[in-house]
Write a protein of this length. Structure first.
Length: 136
């Protein structure tokens, strides 16, 4: 193969050869594809940060944080994500424990067995209509 007399004898790397394979374009395309995938993974890891933080907390708190994260993802309102992050950082106190102890103490004072004062779990007799609430 003869080289044109006006052409330089040493061509730089970014100039494609006569076979048509542009190595620099292939390398930069692979780098761009890898960079987009890496950025997407980083974005999703950062976006799910409040949910991963709230995973160790109470179920209700975790569900609220998860809903706030979904709202932030689909509406692009960043305030939802910030609210979810703040809610994940705050430990909500357990109110049910002291209330159960108070209810148990009241049952003991009334002379009832533990759990006997719970009216929400009364069995319904077969064939009987459930009692209506509201007292009309």
């Amino acid at each position: 193969m003869t080289i044109h007399p006006a052409a330089p004898h040493h061509l730089p790397l970014f100039v494609a050869g006569p076979d048509g394979t542009d190595v620099v374009m292939l390398v930069s395309g692979a780098f761009l594809l890898g960079a987009v995938v890496a950025f997407g993974i980083l974005f999703l890891r950062l976006h799910t940060l409040p949910e991963r933080m709230a995973h160790r907390s109470q179920k209700l708190q975790f569900e609220i944080v998860a809903v706030l994260g979904l709202l932030a993802l689909f509406t692009h309102i960043h305030l939802f994500w910030v609210a979810g992050l703040l809610l994940a950082l705050v430990d909500i106190p357990d109110f049910t424990g002291p209330l159960r102890r108070i209810a148990g103490s009241n049952e003991r004072i009334a002379g009832l067995a533990p759990g006997e004062g719970d009216t929400t779990t009364e069995p319904v007799e077969e064939g009987a209509a459930p009692a209506e609430k509201g007292g009309h």
